[in-house]
Design a protein around this ligand. Structure first.
Ligand code: NAG
Length: 391
């Protein structure tokens, strides 16, 4: 039996090889994010969005703070309104600014007929060669009641220097009102494992896993920046973007996320722990969300810090001196500078923390506040993630 199986797979392989030439593993490129303006929102909206994304019910006090008229303005950037960083992508006949999201696995976009699409979004137009997958649908619903669903195309998607010729592009037929208000990006490009792709009846591959065999090195690397657009490197590791050596941790792929062990934490001038916990690296979440014991240990070092029902999370005096926060990953100490942990002001004197509680989730999320301090290498062939301080 083993013998005949081997014969079949060898035949299948040679058939495949005849149909498609082996990809040349030469592709490597960088693609820069671009800044787009968004209406300013209260920073609790970022917290609510993360809770909802990972299936938690958003508490009423967080939802009402998120919806309050008081707008947040990112600290150190005296501009009217928030900026969001998105990445330009060609999908079919359209150029779209997508939110690259390592915490999900769907490439979904608006079309001119999407019910509820933001009016200022760029819409996906399938190319002449696009194939609509008959009987395939997708649907995503979040813990705040927001949802999106629609049809699935196979189409050409180009990111930087690489083309996926049969990428599943999920065209929204309907999106709930939460999305209509969430202007800035034209959709999402998921970079988690394909196992959590939401297309039915058969989950589809993400862009990264579609092109992985053509990449010179089977990785993508993320350099998110504080108050400026960052970069995604595909197919290579750019040693000019970090200092020292990369330290790798093994990915636990069971949940489809970039999930790995953190071996402990320390708060500058405060307590530390070497109890390990699992966390995911998520470019699609703004804040750093950790368990209540870490959050408490951190804000114990900030005398004005308090958990505010009115503001929907931890806040402190904007002129407070914050400590750095370090996480230990396989012996490496990744330090988030205090500056990044002062996320945004909510009034003349109060600021909203970049670190908030993951207690409602049971899942620790290393979002942008953490990732901005690191050069992060995502390797989906060897299932590992690498970290080093940004240069
Ligand atoms: C992988 O993650 C799941 C979910 O957190 C956990 O239940 C499981 O024990 C983990 N496996 C290993 C080998 O760490």
């Amino acid at each position: 039996m083993v013998g005949s199986k081997t014969v079949i797979s060898a035949l299948a392989l040679s058939a495949l090889a005849a149909a498609a030439p082996a990809p040349t593993k030469t592709t490597q490129f960088s693609i820069n994010q671009v800044a787009v303006k968004k209406p300013a929102v209260h920073p609790a909206a970022k917290y609510a969005k993360a809770l909802a994304k990972y299936g938690a019910t958003v508490p009423d006090y967080v939802a009402s703070a998120a919806a309050s008229s008081q707008s947040g303005s990112a600290t150190n950037t005296p501009i009217d309104g928030d900026e969001e960083y998105v990445t330009p992508v060609t999908a079919g006949d359209s150029t779209l600014n997508l939110d690259f999201d390592t915490g999900s696995a769907d490439l979904w976009v608006y079309t001119s007929s999407t019910d509820g699409a933001p009016s200022d979004a760029n819409y996906y137009t399938p190319s002449a060669d696009a194939k609509k997958l008959s009987g395939y649908t997708w649907s995503i619903s979040y813990g705040d009641g927001s949802s999106a669903s629609g049809d699935v195309y196979k189409d050409t998607v180009v990111v930087g220097g690489v083309t996926a010729t049969a990428q599943a592009v999920e065209a929204a037929e309907t999106v709930s009102s939460e999305f209509s208000e969430d202007t800035g990006s034209d959709g999402l490009l998921g970079l988690a494992y394909s196992s959590i792709n939401q297309v039915e009846p058969i989950a589809q591959k993400t862009f990264y896993f579609n092109v992985i065999d053509s990449l010179e090195t089977p990785v993508f690397a993320v350099t998110l920046k504080h108050n400026e657009p960052g970069t995604y490197d595909f197919g290579f590791i750019d040693s000019s973007k970090y200092t020292g050596d990369l330290t790798y941790a093994d990915i636990n792929t069971s949940e489809g996320y970039w999930l790995f062990d953190v071996d402990g934490y320390s708060v500058e001038g405060g307590s530390s722990s070497s109890d390990s916990f699992e966390a995911i690296a998520d470019t699609g979440t703004t804040l750093l969300m950790l368990s209540d014991d870490v959050v408490k240990a951190y804000y114990d070092q900030v005398s004005s810090a308090k958990h505010s029902i009115l503001e929907g999370g931890y806040v402190f005096d904007c002129d407070a001196t914050l400590p750095d926060l370090s996480l230990t990953i396989n012996g490496y100490t990744a330090t988030v500078p205090a500056e990044y942990l002062n996320y945004a002001s909510v009034s003349d004197s109060l600021c909203y923390g970049g670190l908030q509680s993951a207690g409602l989730l049971g899942l620790n999320i290393l979002g942008d506040v953490f990732l901005k301090s690191q050069y992060v290498v995502f390797n989906g062939e060897d299932n590992k993630i690498g970290f080093a301080p940004q240069a």
